[in-house]
Design a protein around this ligand. Structure first.
Ligand code: ADP
Length: 196
């Protein structure tokens, strides 16, 4: 039973790493960004509401996001564990998640933070824009997402660091090497309680 979070700036390869790490620990991934994007493309009521925030690189309002995660975490496939990608992103969402987990007598085991310099993040985003055509992968929107990360999400990182459960991983370089580093660091932390 492993419950993990992955946190990283836009362009850090967080989504890609999440898939590999989750596979290693045999747990499903829950990506709030993916859930929002699926809803946007299916034009569901949630998608219609969320689209403008995604397009602007802004955060979707808490009442929508928290409700979505709360419902998802109650589903049976996540009872053996999960890797949350993209949530929590603000200090308020950390408190919400704490309450959701406590109400199910659950707790997180570790939080993976991917770190990479802003210049590399921008390069990767430009590459992804060519490959995937994500609507929020324009320089302007990307910079807004990066600013939000530095201004809001650093608080989330600080909270988990304060709880002694932050596993920081060098997220620059080859994606396969990053996966190897991340899995080794999480395994070590789970076994020995030592953060790299
Ligand atoms: P990235 O981290 O690469 O910017 P994500 O796929 O994690 O991309 O998120 C894409 C968008 O989805 C965000 O810019 C935001 O609009 C919305 N979103 C995802 N997770 C959250 C969240 N926890 N709270 C609010 N909005 C979110």
């Amino acid at each position: 039973m492993t419950r993990l979070l992955i946190i990283g700036p836009p362009g850090s390869g967080k989504g890609t790493q999440a898939v590999h790490i989750a596979r290693h620990f045999s747990i499903p991934t829950v990506s709030t960004g993916d859930i929002f994007r699926t809803n946007v493309s299916n034009e569901t009521p949630l998608g219609v509401e969320a689209a403008r925030y995604l397009d602007d690189g802004a955060l979707v309002p808490d009442e929508l996001t928290n409700a979505l995660v709360k419902d998802r975490l109650l589903e049976s496939d996540l009872q053996p564990g999960f890797l949350l990608d993209g949530y929590p992103r603000t200090a308020t969402q950390v408190t919400e998640l704490d309450n959701m987990l406590a109400s199910q007598s659950q707790r997180l085991d570790a939080v993976v933070e991917l770190r990479a310099p802003d210049s590399e993040l921008e390069q990767r985003m430009l590459q992804r824009a060519k490959e995937q055509g994500r609507k929020d992968d324009t320089i302007e929107v990307f910079r807004r997402r990066l600013d939000l990360y530095h201004n809001e999400t650093h608080e989330v990182v600080a909270v988990y660091a304060g709880r002694g459960m932050l596993v920081s991983v060098d997220g620059s370089g080859d994606p396969g090497d990053i996966t190897t580093r991340a899995i080794a660091a999480v395994e070590k932390f789970l076994a020995e309680g030592v953060t790299p």
